[in-house]
Design a protein around this ligand. Structure first.
Ligand SMILES: *Cc1c(COP(=O)(O)O)cnc(C)c1O
Length: 369
């Protein structure tokens, strides 16, 4: 069986360093808000290329904390509109709603699967205060047009970088391209902890300070509370493990790119559409999505032949029971993607032979069978 994502195998590669990190934390006697967090925040800020990293409990909280901090700083107010791609993981939209803001869902481009700058432009109203882009599937969603639209309309640009750690736009990394960015270290992400984890990156010192307080009960000083905050902290254990794994991230992402290249060179079945390729460096292939009208048939066929695939995602946010206010929206491109997307295995521990085998299977597939 070719597993979609063999986390055990991925972490086994770093088992000595992970064991060392765990032992170090156990011995330290400090398990929350200590040296390991401090160290990881420095390493990660340096890696992403921002002045600050603030670690937190998970990716959902990271997005929420950015929005809440802007509210506390008076740059956003409850009821303001935030433009969000309609095709994203539910967390992006959840965070906006939980912060008391209104998500405005916009259609992606059908060829790149990334939010369309034209659709962003068309969705701006006098209540729009921020644009939240998502580097979905590991592909950079930022463009100069989006930056220009935000600058022209005086909008905050926030990145959801949960799926794209290490991705680039020119010489810069995603996570450094807007006013602030949210990151998730959920175990299955390109940079994954052995539990939950998240972070915010930004160059804005005041924002970083506010987020740091909000993530720790609103406390800026021990037992002094400035805000009604949350408890959203990264364990010392996870911080130590992430510091060890960060060293290998670029190499693992390069392996993902090699695997994607095999798919792009090899897959020729006209019934299966690949997204257009991103410019050099602008995709770290958290996932490798393909599109076909017979998605469920292709998934069953691959499964029967020993290849595990997943769907990202079967139901778009606006069609979820949790979001009754969006049910009436018509978002045909988003719905088309959700009805036809299938993610092929692209994890860095696959061998070339395994990837070639997936290519051969797909090329031999006929949707009418
Ligand atoms: C995983 C993910 C999140 C949320 O991260 P958690 O750590 O699971 O809370 C947010 N946005 C996107 C696009 C994600 O893929």
């Amino acid at each position: 069986m070719i597993k979609f994502l063999d986390l055990k195998k991925i972490n086994q590669l770093h088992s000595l360093e992970i064991d060392e990190a765990v032992r170090r934390v156990v011995k330290s006697g400090q398990y929350i808000l200590g040296e390991e967090n401090h160290n990881f925040e420095k390493l990660y800020a340096n890696f992403i290329g921002t002045g600050h990293t603030v670690s937190c409990g998970n990716g959902l909280d990271a997005i929420y904390l950015i929005l809440r901090a802007y509210i506390e700083l008076g740059k956003l107010a409850p009821g303001d509109e935030v433009i969000v791609p309609a095709n994203t993981y539910i967390a992006t939209v959840n965070a906006v709603i939980q912060a008391g803001l209104i998500p405005v869902l916009v259609e992606p481009d059908a060829l790149t699967l990334q939010v369309s700058s034209e659709e962003i432009r068309k969705s701006i109203t006098e209540k729009t205060i921020a644009v939240l882009i998502v580097h979905l599937y590991g592909r950079c969603a930022f463009s100069q047009e989006i930056a220009d639209i935000c600058a022209l309309n005086n909008l905050l640009l926030i990145e959801d970088n949960a799926q794209a750690h290490g991705c680039k736009f020119g010489a810069a990394r995603t996570g450094s391209l807007g006013n602030a960015a949210a990151h998730s270290f959920y175990p299955g992400k390109n940079l994954g902890a052995l539990g939950d984890g998240g972070a915010i990156t930004t160059n804005d010192s005041e924002l970083a300070r506010t987020i740091r307080a909000l993530a720790n009960y609103g406390s800026s000083k021990k037992y002094i509370f400035d805000y009604i905050g949350r408890n959203s902290r990264l364990d010392e254990m996870q911080a130590a493990i992430l510091s060890a794994k960060l060293k290998h991230l670029d190499a693992e992402n390069s392996r993902r790119v090699e695997i994607a290249n095999i798919y792009y060179r090899g897959i020729t079945n006209p019934a299966v559409t690949l997204p257009t390729r991103a410019p050099e460096g602008q995709n770290v292939y958290h996932l490798f999505p393909v599109l076909t009208t017979e998605r469920d048939k292709l998934q069953k066929y691959l499964e029967k032949n020993g290849v595990q695939t997943l769907i990202h995602y079967p139901v778009p946010p606006h069609k979820q029971k949790a979001m009754p206010q969006c049910q009436s929206l018509s978002l045909p491109v988003t719905e088309y993607i959700h009805n036809s997307e299938l993610s092929l295995p692209v994890s860095p521990v696959l061998t070339n032979e395994e990837v070639e085998y997936v290519v051969t299977l797909i090329n031999n597939w006929r949707p009418e069978y």
